[in-house]
Design a protein around this ligand. Structure first.
Ligand SMILES: *Cc1c(COP(=O)(O)O)cnc(C)c1O
Length: 443
């Protein structure tokens, strides 16, 4: 695909077709979208309906092309329509799309995941990250005989009732305290602490120590922007959990195979009891998983008494896409390459902001990045909320006009893929240098 309309066009890009589709969609789908944040609620304007993607680029229904930094919200680490992934899916598809019975391919997938993550001795596949964290909580509660769970403000673990408290992402940007329809009794057992704040965790444990089954955390927070763990934070959680007889669950749905081969647990050297996986491990198809120590995972049915099931769990197409993706990711130097690109991108954004005299602080971990319109430092959700989100919304739209698709919210991480090369990064930075002054114009 070729480059898109340039930011010098003062005329807005055409969105007629997306508008028509949205109108049609809204009649039959709530808000016209199948996941809330897709609706552009936080930035306004018309969500783009996509028609196709190839490598780092996507094309919308009006024929506009964009360099894509959403990557389907994380899974597409090899870019859109990666030929090897397509071949793997095609070959699996020809043999049947679903059996509801075990297959050799899912064993190979599980072996690869267990090899990559030393803390994961056994793994069970599910279809979404939400399911993964729901199941991990169930195992942790069963194993400890305790009910309470501790999560961090701004961390998102999917839309399961128990964890829709202080959840970032769509929930935070929509300004909802949680969600209606979640009985108070379901979240009474959920304790919320600020991210990167070990003292708050200690104090929660002093209050409810013998009742807390587990701490669940995104090792690099990616649903309130991109916020890396402070030095010692993850190790501190490990130590507190050990001392208090609680389990540590790393929700690596986003970070798994994204920040490093394996995930953040390898990058930061922390060993969780249980791990949630999703996004990249499904290679762009619906697959996710939870796994961990054998003695914990052997509590899951049919070996143990913790019930868990799924009609399409371990779906052969998703497993094929995931396995091919993981196989390609094992190449030496791949994550260094992703991180180099992400760093070039964020350094360029910081320079563009400095030229305009506007505060911008950024973070990069492997193939994951984020930036906030503020001086920082940003260590938790309360800090993140000090950002200029109105400026972000204007910048977002100016970037769209310049042919760059960022996540439509100031509180989302961005992603680079192996298909993002020098050309894409420099085109993006050129767009940013034009978009920022545009976004800062008084209106
Ligand atoms: C995306 C995400 C989830 C939810 O995954 P779904 O597949 O959307 O249900 C859970 N945890 C984290 C950290 C995520 O980023």
């Amino acid at each position: 695909m070729r480059a898109s309309p340039s930011a010098t066009n003062s005329v807005s890009v055409k969105t007629e077709r997306s508008e028509q589709l949205l109108e049609r969609a809204c009649r039959v789908i709530p808000g016209g979208v199948n996941s809330a944040v897709r609706a552009f609620g936080a930035v306004g304007g018309v969500p783009r309906f996509f028609e196709r993607g190839s490598g780092a680029r996507v094309r919308d229904a009006d024929g506009n092309e964009y360099i894509d930094y959403v990557g389907s919200w994380g899974p597409l680490i090899l870019g859109h329509a990666n030929p090897d992934v397509l071949r793997a899916v095609q070959s699996a598809m020809e043999r049947g799309t679903s059996f509801g019975a075990p297959t050799e391919l899912e064993v190979a997938w599980a072996e690869r995941v267990c090899d990559a993550l030393p803390s994961v001795e056994r793994v069970r596949m599910v279809s979404s990250g939400t399911e993964a964290s729901m199941c991990a909580l169930r195992v942790a509660r069963a194993a400890t005989g305790r009910d309470r769970v501790l999560k961090f403000d701004g961390c998102y673990h999917g839309h399961l009732d128990a964890l829709l408290v202080g959840a970032g992402s769509g929930v935070a940007t929509l300004g909802l305290p949680g969600s209606e329809g979640v009985p108070k009794a379901f979240t009474d057992q959920t304790v919320v602490a600020p991210f990167n704040d070990l003292a708050a965790v200690e104090s929660a444990f002093s209050q409810w120590g013998n009742e807390i089954a587990c701490v669940i955390v995104e090792p690099v927070a990616g649903n309130m922007g991109c916020i890396p763990p402070a030095e010692g934070f993850l190790a501190g959680l490990r130590e507190i959990c050990d001392r208090r007889g609680a389990l540590l669950i790393l929700d690596e749905v986003m970070t798994g195979f994204r920040v490093a081969y394996g995930g953040a647990q390898l990058l930061y050297g922390v060993e969780p009891d249980l791990t949630c996986l999703g996004k990249v491990v499904g290679g762009g198809l619906p697959a996710a998983a939870f796994g961990g120590r054998a003695d914990l995972m052997d509590r899951v049915a049919p070996v143990g008494p913790v019930f868990q099931a799924g009609t399409l769990s371990g779906n052969p197409l998703a497993v094929a896409a995931g396995l091919e993706t993981l196989t390609q990711l094992a190449k030496p130097g791949l994550y260094e390459g992703l991180e180099t690109r992400a760093r070039q991108l964020m350094a360029g954004f910081e320079a563009a902001a400095a030229d305009c005299g506007v505060a911008l602080c950024s973070a990069v971990v492997g193939g994951m990045f984020g930036f906030f319109f503020q001086a920082g430092p940003v260590r938790n959700f309360a800090d993140a909320k000090q950002s200029d989100t109105a400026l972000f919304a204007r910048f977002f739209h100016a970037m769209l006009e310049g042919g760059v698709y960022l996540a439509p919210s100031a509180y989302e991480a961005g992603f680079v893929s192996t298909a993002h090369g020098e050309a894409e990064i420099s085109a993006t930075l050129e767009a940013a240098r034009k978009a920022l002054p545009e976004a800062l114009k008084p209106r």
